[in-house]
Design a protein around this ligand. Structure first.
Ligand code: SF4
Length: 364
């Protein structure tokens, strides 16, 4: 576990019954993602939600830009194994539809519907009666023109002022079941914005670096910002926004939390970077081992070492591993070589030993 104690926040509950996920307060940080299917395509959306859930997603957001999407919400909310947040931008009637459909929360920025002043009051009343939290999501790219004019650009102050103003529109009606995000594409601006926001309110915060980019860049940006903020105790849910399939976002999010000690360790591959001593194609072998152990149910640390020089010794903290040489692989368990196999059988042998270790540990 890293850093400061978790920031003290209000707590909201997304979803009901067995699906409920508590956010903020003493609840663990949870991982979120967003579907990419047209929400109106109920079957495809539920299939993707099932994939995300299997990958470790705990809360899923779906876009609701049309009436057809709103019409699909009751089935999706009922059949999804995890709470569904309906993402609505301009249409108050979709907000009511999402609440009636049993969605776990609704993302809506009341500033977008301010001209229907009474609608904010009605949304607050409906969400309050149904105990459905509202997520206020401010993004640098969609900042109100007045704030852009005041601050010149999407500064942390501008993002926070926008978020707190959006919150105030609900607070006017006594509604405080809110969760907030203030996303920027620059991780350092994101960090400053969340730090400022955390000092100004006690709402739970959803962390995200918006438009973070393709998988590698987005992963690095998200991990950088989240690690700094979570080390400060700031952040209650996270989404690693990537220009990549949403399952990758979930894997990255879980990996970040596990790396920070905020989530029990999952399967971890420890592989050497390779060097002139390597006697095997370390990159290829590592990919093969990672693929073979994908979805492995036991939280083992598996080492892939390119030579015997630094093999079992350097990886002695791994549960099991392989060090390669002369077309063979020495399979070791907790630093001790247990068998030697031809290179072509390394992956299979590791998997066998992994299952044996995992089953022994879980039988205890
Ligand atoms: Fe090089 Fe061997 Fe170390 Fe891998 S384990 S980096 S091949 S010395």
């Amino acid at each position: 576990m890293i850093g400061a104690p978790r920031r003290t926040t209000r707590q909201v509950t997304i979803g009901r019954g067995a699906k409920a996920v508590r956010v903020g307060g003493d609840a663990p940080v949870s991982v979120q993602s967003m579907t990419t299917t047209p929400t109106a395509d109920t079957e495809a959306t539920l299939r993707q939600i099932a994939e995300l859930t299997a990958a470790g997603c705990q809360i899923v957001r779906v876009a609701v830009p049309s009436q057809d999407d709103a019409d699909a919400l009751p089935v999706i909310a009922a059949k999804s194994p995890i709470p569904v947040i309906a993402d609505i931008h301009f249409q108050p009637r979709y907000v009511f539809a999402a609440i009636d459909a049993g969605c776990g929360a609704v993302r809506v920025n009341p500033g977008n519907i301010k001209r229907f002043d009474d609608k904010v009051k009605e949304i607050a009343a409906a969400a309050g009666a149904a105990e459905v939290p509202i997520r206020i999501g401010v993004n640098a790219g969609s900042l109100h023109p007045a704030l852009l004019a005041k601050y010149g650009k999407a500064t942390p102050e501008a993002l926070v002022e926008s978020a707190l103003w959006e919150c105030s529109l609900f607070e006017e009606h006594g509604f405080r079941d809110l969760k907030i995000s203030v996303k920027h594409h620059d991780p350092l601006v994101t960090v400053d914005a969340y730090r400022l926001l955390a000092s100004r309110c006690d709402y739970p915060l959803h962390l995200g670096v918006t438009e973070a980019g393709p998988a590698l860049q987005g992963t690095v940006k998200s991990a950088t910002a989240f690690a700094i903020l979570l080390a400060d105790g700031i952040g209650d849910t996270i989404r690693a926004s990537l220009s990549a399939p949403p399952v990758e976002e979930v894997k990255v999010g879980n990996q970040i939390l596990a790396s920070l000690g905020l989530r029990p360790r999952q399967l971890e591959i420890v592989s050497c970077p390779s060097c002139g001593r390597a006697q095997v194609d370390v990159y290829r072998l590592t990919e093969q081992v990672a693929a073979a152990f994908d979805g492995f149910p036991y939280p083992l640390r598996v080492a892939v070492m390119g030579c015997v020089v630094n093999g079992p010794g350097e990886a002695r903290e791994a549960d099991l591993g392989v060090s390669s040489g002369n077309g063979k692989g020495q399979i070791f368990v907790r630093g001790k070589v247990v068998r030697t196999v031809p290179e072509s059988q390394i992956v299979e042998a590791l998997l066998e030993e992994g299952v044996r270790l995992g089953e022994t540990a879980s039988a205890r």
